[in-house]
Design a protein around this ligand. Structure first.
Ligand code: GUN
Length: 297
């Protein structure tokens, strides 16, 4: 759609949210009402912010939403029981359990308890497996958001050398899986580097595209990239800043000021990948609804 050095995730999210809103209206005309339920356990302030913005976006797009806010002392059994009830609740086509969970709860067990058809995060092993073999049910939200930014700004990944910094199940591994697919917006040569990689710069210096998702503020600097690289910053780190109203500011995994002149394109923080995650969650909720109902589009 556009070419620009600053890859503005807000613009891409707005473009996709508009299409999502139209789809919701089409479904409603068929008496199908997409619904998303979010479960938040404990009182992590960042998680509470994310959960609130998910609810607001649902409202904006006409998606039915509910939030279950549970105390940090909630037992694993109680949480499993709630998920089991929601799996059987026809009003909700998507179930999202906000991560991280308190230490006494086995995160994997919770993820596996969600009905894979309602797994809008795409974290269930069945859905991870389907993605890995190239027949995804849905795409996980943050990785899908990165792909949509590439599409919007016409950044080709075909035959490109992509280096992903970070090997998490939420970002690093699924981004690698998606970009490896045999498809027009993938077909990349993918390298994943991480905290135990001996010499990260050796790989990043050769990369056409770098996706930074390691959770270390300003980790990637100009000396680590080649001229003209495309940079995607998935980091949202809170760093202390006494001059900021809240006492902190958000900083990505890339040293933005340092790399800006050398790169050909970059996602800012905030306003890059961040807004895409919620936008993709809305789209996944709608897609899950379509797959679970006899919607006729
Ligand atoms: N915590 C941070 N990112 C995510 C996400 O994409 N989904 C869920 N469920 N929890 C998260």
């Amino acid at each position: 759609m556009e070419t620009s050095k600053i890859l503005n995730g807000k613009d891409v999210a707005e473009y996709i949210n508009h299409k999502s809103g139209e789809l919701v209206q089409k479904l409603k005309a068929q008496n199908i009402h997409p619904g998303l339920v979010v479960i938040l356990v404990g009182d992590d302030p960042a998680s509470a912010v994310y959960v609130r913005s998910k609810g607001r976006m649902c409202e904006k797009l006409g998606i039915l939403s509910a939030t279950h806010t549970l105390p940090a002392t909630t037992s694993e059994t109680e949480l499993l029981e709630l998920i089991s009830n929601l799996n059987n609740d026809q009003a909700y086509h998507g179930i999202l359990v906000q991560l991280p969970l308190p230490d006494h709860i086995d995160e994997q067990k919770i993820i596996e308890a969600i009905n894979p058809l309602k797994d809008v995060d795409c974290f269930h092993p069945k859905n991870v497996g389907l993605l890995t073999i190239g027949t995804p049910y849905l795409l996980p939200c943050t990785p899908a958001g990165i792909i949509e930014i590439f599409k919007y700004y016409k950044i080709a990944t075909n035959e490109k050398d992509v280096v992903i910094i970070g090997r998490s199940n939420i970002v690093g591994k699924p981004v690698a899986n998606i970009l490896l697919q045999k498809s027009e917006f993938a077909n990349a040569t993918v390298t994943v580097v991480h905290s135990r990689t001996k010499n990260i710069s050796k790989y990043t210096k050769e990369a056409d595209i770098i996706v930074a998702a390691i959770g270390q503020p300003a980790f990637l600097t100009a000396d680590m990239i080649k001229e003209g690289a495309v940079l995607v910053d998935v980091g949202i780190n809170r760093v202390d800043d006494s001059t900021a109203k809240r006492g902190y500011r958000l900083m990505g995994d890339i040293d933005y000021a340092d790399v800006y002149e050398k790169c050909s394109a970059i996602t800012p923080v905030p306003g890059g990948v961040g807004p895409m995650t919620i936008s993709m969650l809305m789209r996944n909720t709608i897609q899950a609804t379509i797959k679970q109902t006899d919607a006729n589009l």
